[in-house]
Ligand binder design. Structure first.
Ligand SMILES: [Zn+2]
Length: 116
């Protein structure tokens, strides 16, 4: 997959990759070692997602999240304008799930600066 985070698509964090459990291993121990439950993720997205539920969320391994987001040069990610209905709601839910709209130094959220 390369050195990309499945959620934020940022690269350059080879030393900070995490194996993210789509269904968290505390709530769903039966999926702890299930290959289909793993995603490569940066530690930021993995930590923010934590044990949050994935119901009603677009997931990068199942849905083409590239077509629902705009990846700005500033590093911010937004839902594409013109997206409507359920797809818009699920795309926004993914932004909320892993904090794709996080801002550096905002209280409660730490962001690692990544170079690649
Ligand atoms: Zn990430």
């Amino acid at each position: 997959m390369g050195g990309f985070c499945s959620y934020c698509e940022r690269r350059g964090f080879h030393a900070a990759l995490a194996v993210e459990h789509i269904k968290d291993k505390d709530t769903y121990p039966e999926f702890k070692f299930s290959w289909g439950n793993f995603l490569l993720s940066c530690t930021n997205c993995n930590s923010i997602k934590s044990t949050k539920d994935i119901d009603g969320v677009l997931l990068p391994d199942r849905d083409n999240t590239y077509v629902v987001f705009i990846y700005l040069e500033s590093g911010f990610i937004q839902v594409k304008p013109g997206l409507n209905g359920e797809k818009k709601r699920k795309a926004q839910a993914l932004i909320n799930l892993v904090g794709l709209d996080r801002v550096p130094n905002r209280r409660g959220i730490q962001v690692m600066i990544l170079y690649g």
